[in-house]
Design a protein around this ligand. Structure first.
Ligand code: DUC
Ligand code: ZN
Ligand code: ZN
Length: 485
């Protein structure tokens, strides 16, 4: 007879949530946390955490997997390899993007994305929508229906020819997001400045990968961030500025927050650990670090650290956008000496996101353990409507847990990673922390260097309407024009 009370008990856990630190055993049944107490009765399976940190599994709320492209390039990771890699780095939920191509409906974009993800993922997943063609039917009929069905966040682009919206289109979408309770993420770069400058740079032969950064200077990000925030303010609609790279864009977000606006910010490892110098490598190798916005300089890195520790940023995501380097459908689609405008934008980082931040953030004292949990798990879960099922350790939450090994000295090597990319921009960097065990809904999906999960285990997560997407009451800030709408 099976007398075990739990399917799994994790004993001697030193637990941190976004707010608390405590020691307990964790009793898990049917994939959920059923008990948190000391000296719990036995489980059918037991893991001794031996006093190590046990944190909520990471929620990577911005990554790109199996995304269609317009230039013939191919994302290196599909839902299997991408989520396998995520699990091995301590992430238990990913949120990639169901991308609407211009001319397509949102409905077919979502259906196509389910077709490539359902039955493939190793950990749980939800989708954001990318709205690239906000026709009246898309905005007025499809978007409300999809938000109602649990696709409650959307990304808008202010740049990239195949994705960008003008201000009027952004307003069309924001007003529906406001009415329906969706969260709007904005990629903020001024597209005309970039195009205008790039034309002139190419005419002068400034085409090597290292010039990618020059073509997208900080002012381009700062202006668009200011504009995105202003459009949200104009319609009294929360906005979240994604992948912030610079001190000036960070200051725009902080200023808006200090004025009481519902403005949220996200940043990513590349803006803490890379600089423009990483794009200046021999031959075409700088292409490996081409992403947008581009990595900046040491003082920007410091500003991003400050924004993480002082609460300007709520979300720390990977923006994993994986393209292979030695691949004619990857970084070299324009040839091995093609100009930077042909290099697909994006860098891999779904597996290294948490270990990098733990090592360089928590273990150096730049951020504390609660803040680490907050930006890597709890806040993304709240902001995108997955909380408290995801993003914390409490009774009733999914048993998404990471036991951390903080007693190591390891070097990042691409051949130890589990993505399908032939490089990592962090090759050779030293780390002092890496997950020992990742548990997703009570199942061990990673242990001691080995992926132990399985394809298809991951479940699609329907998102609630996020509380942070609700407009705030406008005390003392009259907006009479909104009464006209
Ligand atoms: N920039 C994006 O906006 N998305 C994917 C990768 C990148 O560099
Ligand atoms: Zn983007
Ligand atoms: Zn992205």
């Amino acid at each position: 007879m099976d007398t075990a009370t739990f399917d799994l008990v994790i004993r001697n856990a030193h637990i941190a949530t976004a707010t608390d630190i405590f020691d307990a055993d964790i009793g898990i049944r049917d994939g959920r946390i059923e008990a948190l107490a000391q000296r719990l009765p036995p489980g059918r399976e037991e893991i001794d955490a031996a006093g190590r940190w046990v944190l909520p599994g990471g929620v990577d709320a911005h990554c790109h997997l199996a995304q269609p492209t317009d230039d013939g390039s191919v994302f290196a990771d599909d839902f299997f390899t991408g989520t396998r890699s995520a699990a091995c780095g301590g992430t238990t939920t990913v949120m990639p993007f169901a991308l609407q191509k211009k001319g397509a409906t949102l409905e077919e974009s979502v259906a196509n994305y389910h077709a490539v993800s359902d039955g493939e993922a190793c950990i749980d997943y939800a989708f954001h929508l990318i709205v690239a063609d906000p026709t009246p039917d898309v905005v007025e009929r499809e978007l409300p229906q999809l938000i109602e069905r649990g696709y409650t966040s959307l990304k808008l682009y202010m740049t990239y020819d195949d994705l960008k919206l003008d201000d009027r289109q952004i307003l069309d979408v924001l007003s529906i997001a406001r009415r329906e309770g969706g969260m709007t993420m904005i990629h903020a770069e001024n597209t005309d400045c970039i195009a205008w400058l790039t034309e002139r740079m190419l005419a002068k032969g400034l085409s090597a990968p290292k010039f990618h950064g020059l073509s997208r200077p900080v002012v381009v990000e700062r202006e668009a961030t200011h504009r995105a925030i202003s459009l949200g303010e104009f319609l009294d609609t929360p906005v979240l500025i994604v992948h912030v790279s610079s001190e000036e864009a960070t200051a725009q977000i902080r200023d808006a927050q200090s004025r009481g606006l519902s403005v949220y910010g996200e940043t990513c490892p590349q803006y803490l650990f890379l600089t423009a110098a990483d794009l200046d490598q021999p031959g075409h190798e700088g292409a490996k670090c081409i992403c947008s916005p581009p990595p900046r300089d040491a003082s920007s890195q410091q500003a991003i650290w400050d924004g993480l520790s002082n609460g300007t940023f709520q979300v720390f995501s990977s923006d994993h956008a994986p393209f292979r380097y030695n691949d004619p459908k990857g970084k070299q689609i324009g040839g091995s000496d093609g100009n930077f405008t042909h290099v697909p934008n994006g860098i891999p980082g779904i597996e290294t996101r948490l270990p990098l931040l733990f090592s360089e953030g928590v273990m150096t004292g730049r951020i504390d353990i609660n803040r680490f949990v907050s930006v890597t798990s709890t806040e993304p879960a709240k902001i995108y409507g997955l909380y408290p099922r995801k993003g914390t350790i409490c009774i009733g939450a999914d048993a998404d847990l990471v036991i951390w090994n903080t007693d190591i000295d390891m070097t990042i090597r691409n051949d130890r990673l589990h993505h399908n990319v032939d490089y990592t921009p962090y090759e050779g960097r030293h780390l002092r922390a890496w997950p020992a065990i990742t548990v997703c809904r009570g199942v061990t999906v990673y242990q001691d260097g080995e992926f132990t999960g399985s394809k298809g285990f991951g479940e699609y997560q329907r998102c609630d309407r996020p509380t942070p997407a609700k407009p705030k009451p406008q005390f003392g800030r009259p907006t009479p024009w909104l009464d006209v709408l």
